[in-house]
Design a protein around this ligand. Structure first.
Ligand code: GTP
Ligand code: MG
Length: 460
């Protein structure tokens, strides 16, 4: 990668400078974020890297400017003492004893800005446009580096975005980006880099274009990878089945059921972990990010009698009562489950069409005199909807006011399981959890994953 690019993030204390760096770098561990002023005490740099690890630019976090009025007075006083231009005044200031005492914090920031190609000026857009902000902007003008104002907290209702834009235009800052580091929007991020590109000189053009392209591709890939994780989970769960002899003791049946439910829970957890990994959230940070998870697991158990009610799903038909009671056992033979009455060999053969002959034979042998346990459609629906909801939350990276009840949006509540998932219920060798039957090489399963991924993508 060519010419190194150094960008410094500045602003008043508590405006979200460190949060912005975390969001841009997808690194939730960078620096310290806190709702108290003066959290960041030193300049801290980080490399923004492309997906392949190539460094794209250096970003520097800085302490908040605490007394911009005092610094501005000094800079203006210097102007009266000689014919200094802006940067000379700032350099002069940095040599003064005040820059090592009273204005030490401000000096750290200005020293860093003077070495940068541009500055991002972060504004808490909910704040009124006060004199101290105007002073900060004047100081930055003296530094003579391009400044990109970023209006943060714009997702909050009390934002004063319009007021800020008007004020910034008055000081000739027309290229402004609205951003919210908590409610993430990939398009705002792209706009930020585009604006930066227009401010910087041509030699950084290629670098910023690469970064923009990389972030676009990454966003696209991430969506797809998340939908594919969910498609795999749904196929594994729908195709899952266990057989129990019809005369099984009820207590054994109960314990077996708990064990089978546990296998599905674990599979769901695997999916949650994979999603958190994809979006680079650690389990440790999940609760802080206001996700509907506790220590990385769902608050409401998939098989809990309250699950359907909790998510407010509208499940039609008599089976809804079963789902509401958390029942996932279809105490029927395969044929009866599929509404065929008695499972004749021919019916099972038809249902398993496409499966290998030896699998058909094995299934037939297993079915005779057995009851089949599998995850019912309502539980599968719940499984699908809550993972979809989680992916949406992750795409927006920790939407602040997200409660678990609001997780599944109203338009999803009448959603029906895709045909591919229903088909999977007849394909026990599609489920990884059926370790004895699973066949990783089946072309029809690969196709099913692909089709289901597409269908789920349209929901994201
Ligand atoms: N709702 C919302 N909260 C935000 C946003 N950006 C930051 N915050 C919150 O604002 C507080 C301050 O964020 P920081 O990133 O620590 O701010 P800072 O500018 O680095 O603060 P100092 O280091 O003290 O100067 C934290 O509680 C953040 O979670 C935002 O866009 N929206
Ligand atoms: Mg900070």
């Amino acid at each position: 990668m060519d010419a190194s690019l150094n960008i410094t993030v500045v602003g008043h204390t508590n405006t979200g400078k460190t949060s912005l760096l975390r969001t841009l770098s997808r690194d939730e561990n960078f620096g310290e974020v806190c709702d108290e002023p003066s959290t960041t005490r030193h300049v801290e740099g980080m490399k923004l890297v492309l997906s392949d690890g190539t460094p794209a630019m250096s970003l520097f976090d800085t302490p908040g400017l605490e007394d911009p009025g005092g610094v501005l007075d000094l800079l203006e006083h210097l102007a009266q003492m000689g014919r200094y231009d802006g940067p000379e005044r700032v350099q002069h200031f940095l040599q003064m004893p005040e820059a090592r005492s009273r204005y030490e914090q401000e000096a750290k920031v200005l020293r860093q800005v003077m070495q940068s190609d541009a500055a991002i000026y972060v504004i808490d857009s909910c704040e009124p446009v006060l004199g101290k902000y105007k002073d900060e902007l004047s100081i930055l003008t003296y530094c003579a580096v391009p400044v990109l104002p970023v209006l943060n907290f714009v997702a909050l209702e009390r934002t004063r975005e319009a007021e800020w834009r008007a004020q910034l235009a008055r000081v000739n800052l027309h290229a402004v980006v609205a951003f919210d580091t908590v409610v993430f929007d990939e398009h705002s991020e792209q706009r930020l880099y585009e604006r930066l590109r227009t401010l910087l000189d041509d030699r950084h053009d290629r670098l910023l274009s690469q970064l923009l392209q990389d972030r676009r591709e990454q966003a696209h890939w991430l969506r797809r990878a998340a939908a594919e994780q969910l498609a795999e989970l749904l196929l594994d769960s729908a195709a899952y089945q266990r057989l129990m002899p019809k005369d099984t003791d009820p207590e054994v049946l109960r314990l077996d059921t708990l064990r089978y439910q546990d296998e599905i829970r674990q599979r769901e957890q695997q999916c949650v972990d994979a999603l958190l990994g994809l979006f680079r959230f650690s389990r440790r940070h999940v609760s802080e990010q206001n996700l509907p998870l506790v220590d990385g697991s769902w608050e409401v158990d998939l098989f809990s009698p309250d699950a359907v009610k909790h998510y407010g799903l509208r499940l039609g038909g008599g089976a809804a009562a079963g789902a509401a009671a958390g029942a996932t056992i279809d105490a029927a033979t395969l044929g009866a489950t599929m509404g065929l009455g008695t499972a004749s060999g021919t019916a099972i053969g038809l249902l398993l069409g496409g499966s290998s002959t030896s699998l058909k034979q094995r299934m037939l042998n297993r079915m005779r005199g057995y009851t089949q346990w599998h995850v019912n459609e309502h539980t599968l629906t719940l499984l699908a909807l809550r993972q979809l909801a989680l992916i949406r939350v992750l795409l927006k990276r920790g939407h602040a006011a997200q409660s678990s009840m609001a997780l599944i949006p109203a338009e999803d509540k009448d959603w029906h399981l895709p045909k591919t998932v229903k088909t999977a219920r007849l394909k026990p060798d599609w489920s990884r959890i059926n370790t004895d039957l699973f066949d990783a090489n089946r072309i029809d399963r690969h196709r099913a994953v692909r089709d289901l991924t597409e269908e789920l993508l349209s929901k994201l």
